[in-house]
Each structure stands twice: as C-alpha cells, then as structure tokens.
Design a protein around this ligand. Structure first.
Ligand SMILES: [Zn+2]
Length: 108
C-alpha cells in the first residue's frame, strides 16, 4: 500500500517538474523577444501558451516581398520576378511581350 502512495507522489512531482520546465522555457523565449507580448504570457500558468508562441514565430520566415506582373497581373515572389525598365514581370516571356507591344495598352 505504501508503494502505491509513493508512485502517486512520484507522478505528482513529475507533473510539477514538467510544468516548471515549460514555464522556464516560456520565460526564456519571452526574454528573447521584444517583450511586447509579455502580458499574454503572464496570464497563462497552465502552460498552453508555449505552443501558441512557437507557431507565432514561424510566419516571419515566410515573409518575402511579392510583386504584381504588369502583363498578366499575377502575384509572384520577388526572387522569381523579372524587372525590366522598372516594371516587374512574373517571367521573362511576359517582359518581352510587354516590351514588344506599344504603350497604348496602358491607356485602357
Ligand atoms: Zn505575367
């Protein structure tokens, strides 16, 4: 009977340790950030904010400037675009087509 009690105690201590570790991780990532979202992290002692914070930092890597093709209007990432005479195009073919045409097309 005493062993079961000991097991329960171990389980509780383990849970407490995991919770403490998670809180420590949250505080560390909070310190790394600018601290603007410090209020959001302070109200969560149940450790559910850790996942939200990890996913919030992911979209920053996807930020790439997008350009709009002058010829077809398709939005393309800037690294894939072709810029001719200051005007962005989605591909070289559209740049050539746009350049071959008279500028009367812009009047609409
Ligand atoms: Zn295009």
């Amino acid at each position: 009977m005493r062993q079961i009690f000991l097991l329960i105690l171990l389980f509780i201590v383990g849970q407490w340790l995991v919770k403490a570790l998670r809180r420590h991780d949250a505080q560390a990532s909070q310190r790394n950030g600018t601290g603007a979202n410090g209020a959001a992290g302070a109200k969560g002692p149940n450790g559910q904010n850790g996942g939200a914070r990890a996913s919030a930092s992911a979209p920053a890597q996807l930020a790439e400037p997008m350009i709009r093709c002058v010829e077809c209007g398709v939005h393309a990432p800037k690294s894939d675009s072709v810029v001719v005479a200051g005007q962005p195009f989605c591909c070289a073919a559209h740049a050539q087509r746009h350049g071959a045409r008279p500028t009367g097309r812009d009047a609409r």
